[in-house]
Design a protein around this ligand. Structure first.
Ligand code: ADP
Ligand code: MG
Length: 154
C-alpha cells in the first residue's frame, strides 16, 4: 500500500472553498476519485461546485441528494458527482460507479460514500471538511503519492 500524506488548510468563506476546489479541478486529468466527508452543510457540494468550474464545466452544480448522481462535462472529461446520503445499499448504482471507475475520462466524486466504499480504490483523495463556525471550515486532504499533483502547492 502506498503512503498517504495529509494536507490541511482553513477556508473562511464558501467562496474561498470554491476557489480552492477550482484550483484542484483545473488539475484533474480523468480517472481520479475524490471522497468528501463532512456533516450536513459542511461544504461538500460547495467544494464540488468549484471542482466542476475548475474542470471547465459551466453547468449549475446542485446537490444530487434525490437523484443520487449528476454529471458535469468538459471536453472529453466527465465529473460524476454522487451523493449517497442515508443510502445503506447502493444497489445498481454500485455497478454504475464501478464502470465509471474504469473509464479514463471519468472523475468520480462521492459524498456520503459508505454505500460504495468497498468498490472505491484506495488510491483516492479523501477530503474531510469540519465546520469551525458559520463561515470557517477546516479542510483536511488525505492523498496517496500518485495523486500528489492534485494537492501540491494548492
Ligand atoms: P454539504 O454538501 O456538505 O451538505 P453544502 O455545500 O451543501 O454542504 O452547504 C454548505 C453550506 O455552508 C453552504 O450554505 C455554504 O454557503 C456554507 N458555508 C459557509 N462557510 C463555508 C465555507 N468556508 N466553505 C464551504 N461552505 C461554507
Ligand atoms: Mg451535499
Amino acid at each position: 500500500m502506498s503512503t498517504v500524506t495529509t494536507w490541511q488548510t482553513v477556508s473562511t468563506s464558501s467562496a474561498a472553498t470554491e476557489k480552492l476546489a477550482e484550483k484542484l479541478g483545473k488539475r484533474l486529468k480523468g480517472h481520479e476519485v475524490i471522497e468528501l466527508i463532512s456533516d450536513l452543510g459542511g461544504g461538500k457540494t460547495t467544494f464540488v461546485r468549484g471542482l466542476a468550474r475548475g474542470l471547465g464545466s459551466t453547468d449549475k452544480v446542485a446537490s444530487p441528494s434525490f437523484t443520487l448522481s449528476k454529471v458535469y462535462k468538459s471536453g472529453e472529461l466527465e465529473l460524476h458527482h454522487f451523493d449517497f446520503y442515508r443510502l445503506e445499499d447502493a444497489g445498481i448504482m454500485k455497478h454504475e460507479v464501478m464502470e465509471l471507475l474504469d473509464d479514463p475520462n471519468c472523475i468520480v466524486v462521492v459524498e456520503w460514500a459508505d454505500a460504495v466504499k468497498k468498490v472505491l480504490p484506495t488510491e483516492r483523495l479523501v477530503i474531510h471538511i469540519k465546520a469551525i463556525d458559520n463561515n470557517s471550515r477546516e479542510l483536511l486532504v488525505e492523498y496517496p503519492e500518485a495523486l500528489a499533483y492534485l494537492v501540491e502547492e494548492l
